[in-house]
Design a protein around this ligand. Structure first.
Ligand code: HEC
Length: 109
């Protein structure tokens, strides 16, 4: 009888922990899905910077400067200028991801 009780407790605990793990994995996946740098680049940046980030993008500039350009905008040689995206809700983290995405596109064959 005692063994049965222990086994029940173990089973309940196991179910509980499995459920907890499933919940935390699901919420982690959701936060990652919220920002997709590749998709954002395609919808918001491709028009000016090109499919492979080949236009108006100097990947040799230091990262902080590139990220700053995304956040605050930048004037080009002639219009249209680079809009500042921080006022559109882009965070520094997302700007970093976008710059990484552009470098990847540019370096891809
Ligand atoms: C309306 C056109 C336009 C759009 C849309 C645009 N950009 Fe730009 N971007 C520019 C111009 C112009 C510059 C300045 C280029 C220069 O210095 O000559 C620039 C500069 C940059 C730079 C700095 C690189 C450099 O060489 O100065 C980065 C990084 C950048 N853009 C990322 C992005 C990202 C990410 C998006 C989308 C979220 C985006 N841009 C959308 C026009 C645009």
């Amino acid at each position: 009888m005692k063994t049965l009780k222990i086994m029940t407790v173990v089973a309940v605990l196991a179910t509980f922990f499995t459920a907890m793990m499933m919940v935390s994995t699901a919420s982690r996946a959701a936060t990652e899905e919220q920002f997709d740098a590749a998709a954002t680049y395609k919808t918001k940046c491709v028009a000016c910077h090109g499919q492979k980030a080949e236009k108006k993008f100097d990947s040799t500039l230091p990262d902080p400067q590139l990220i700053d350009a995304v956040m605050k905008g930048k004037k080009g040689e002639k219009p249209p200028n680079m809009p500042g995206y921080s006022e559109k809700g882009v965070t520094a983290e997302q700007a970093t991801a976008l710059v990484a995405q552009m470098k990847q596109l540019k370096s891809a064959p």
